[in-house]
Write a new protein. Structure first.
Length: 501
């Protein structure tokens, strides 16, 4: 294996709020895309299984190569490390002479560490400030660049925390079967959680107080801590529970360490004016709030040269976080596209023509670069009659600005197809993210069919896992019938994955 100074590409991935991950066994978390320009323009992603791929006692990982502009196959050595707060390697896994083909994973999920070790026994060591940091160092097996590139990326798990007071009136007369409701709403007034308090059914007077909670299907999992508030406003914890999204009907019940009898015995302390006062704290992850590349640095690795950083290029994902300077630049390029000033080529669909600039098309698309290089055969017009007006306009606007505006699912679906044919790889990735985030029972089969057709194994796997998670609903749907009619092999492959779970 190469020494540290001989690694050509180093991927450093920090996952903030890692302790709030929601992933069950077999579910994965993807890093941002790492573009290794010095390694023949290949692109990579780390795939983490926080609850393991097959064994839920371990945290496992895969290395994935994107469909990129590099060679069809590349042989690499790589080393994966889990870093502590002082950047020391706490865990190390190394692989030798592994061949990666475009769009494929490493052979099998590898165990990175024991889940209990990272999440419990040595949590303070592995998760300083609740962040997990993974380093992946890559070297080509047969050749080296005189430079190495170190790219840092960040993923932030978004945690929403809520707290509320709950006053239960006329507590003394509360009987079993009677439920006291309470709801928690989002800022848009959509209901996120439904609570109801009731007494356990018993012939005795010391009924236990129970909380029945139901949560929105979009919530990955949720945790609760309940406090009894005395007449002086002091809080005493009386129960806590965490519920995962695999609960039937997204519903759970947990008991409080309280009985009606004991509260009535201490009514002067806890039941002012016959009101039971509770205070609840709850939290739930809301998906990924930020992901992207945050910095890039280059070092000389030639044996004749001392190691020294020769340039450092900070980067911010423009899709997530735009500076004022970037906004000005984007506005200028958007105006250049819309005004058509000094345009020297046109895209044609039917009777519609879209002015563009050769230099932009060549810089953003391998397809257009190849076509334009053979200009004598096509003149100054490129036929894109397979695309509609809206898709062409959105595709060109993205090529000029890198921005996707007001994109609904249907537009993202069409752009996803276009970006594959016209080889706009970053657009394909972003549209794929939108399809992933907006997948639902009515469109999952359509996404599956397209991903299989375009050989996008990443989106295909997401669609299959989603369909399997709702197998009772999906396998009886008219959308699934269309899959079986159009691609029986794909349907069989997906159902085989279900039966092998």
């Amino acid at each position: 294996m190469a020494h540290d100074e001989e690694y050509e590409y180093i991927m450093e991935w920090s996952i903030e709020n890692y302790n709030y991950f929601w992933h069950n066994k077999g579910e994965n978390l993807f890093s941002p895309i790492f573009a290794a320009i010095l390694m023949e323009n290949t692109k990579w992603r780390l795939i983490l299984y926080p609850s393991g791929d097959e064994n839920d006692r371990n945290i496992s990982y895969k290395l994935y190569r994107e469909v990129d502009e590099g060679p069809e196959n590349i042989v690499i050595n790589y080393c994966l490390e889990v870093l502590g707060k002082d950047s020391s390697a706490l865990k190390t896994k190394c692989m030798f002479k592994e061949t990666f083909t475009k769009g494929l994973y490493s052979n099998n999920p590898e165990c990175l560490a024991e889940k209990k070790q990272i999440m419990e026994s040595e949590r303070n060591i592995f998760l300083p400030i609740n962040s997990l940091t993974i380093l992946c160092k890559i070297a080509r097996n047969d050749k080296r660049s005189i430079e190495s590139e170190h790219v840092c990326a960040k993923t932030v798990i978004n945690i929403e925390k809520r707290s509320f007071k709950w006053a239960v009136q006329e507590f003394k007369s509360l009987l079993p079967y009677r439920r006291i409701p309470f709801t928690v709403e989002s800022p848009s007034k959509a209901t996120l959680m439904w609570f109801s308090l009731f007494l356990s059914e018993t012939e005795h007077f010391d009924e236990t107080i129970l909380i029945d909670v139901t949560w929105d299907i979009k919530i990955k999992y949720c945790g609760f801590k309940m406090f009894l508030v005395d007449n002086e406003g002091r809080r005493n914890e009386c129960g806590q529970r965490v519920f995962w999204n695999d609960m039937p009907e997204n519903r759970g019940i947990f008991p409080l360490h309280l009985t009606k009898k004991k509260l009535l015995e201490k009514k002067d302390f806890y039941l002012k004016e016959d009101v039971l006062s509770l205070y609840c704290e709850c939290f739930f992850p809301r998906g990924i709030s930020l992901e992207g590349i945050v910095s890039t640095s280059f070092e000389l690795t030639s044996p004749q040269t001392k190691r020294a950083i020769i340039r450092r290029v900070p980067q911010i994902n423009v899709l997530k976080n735009l500076s004022d300077d970037n906004e000005d630049l984007i506005e200028d390029f958007e105006a250049l596209y819309k005004d058509g000033f000094l345009s020297d080529i046109e895209l044609c669909s039917g009777n519609e023509y879209f002015p563009a600039h050769t230099v932009v098309l060549c810089a953003r698309s391998q397809f257009f670069r190849t076509i334009i290089a053979n200009e004598m055969k096509i003149g100054k017009t490129i036929d894109v009659s397979d695309l509609d007006h809206d898709t062409i306009n959105r595709m060109l606007l993205y090529m000029y600005t890198g921005i996707l505006k007001d994109l609904n699912w249907e537009s993202a679906f069409r752009l996803y197809q276009a970006s594959q044919k016209y080889k706009i790889l970053d657009l394909r990735y972003k549209c794929g993210e939108i399809l992933r985030d907006q997948i639902c029972p009515t469109n999952a089969c359509e996404i599956l069919l397209l991903a299989d057709k375009l050989k996008d194994f990443f989106i295909k796997k997401i669609a299959q896992e989603y369909i399997i998670s709702l197998e009772k609903q999906m396998f009886k749907s008219k959308e699934w019938k269309i899959v079986m009619e159009n691609n029986l092999d794909l349907a069989a492959e997906t159902m085989h994955k279900f039966w092998c779970l």
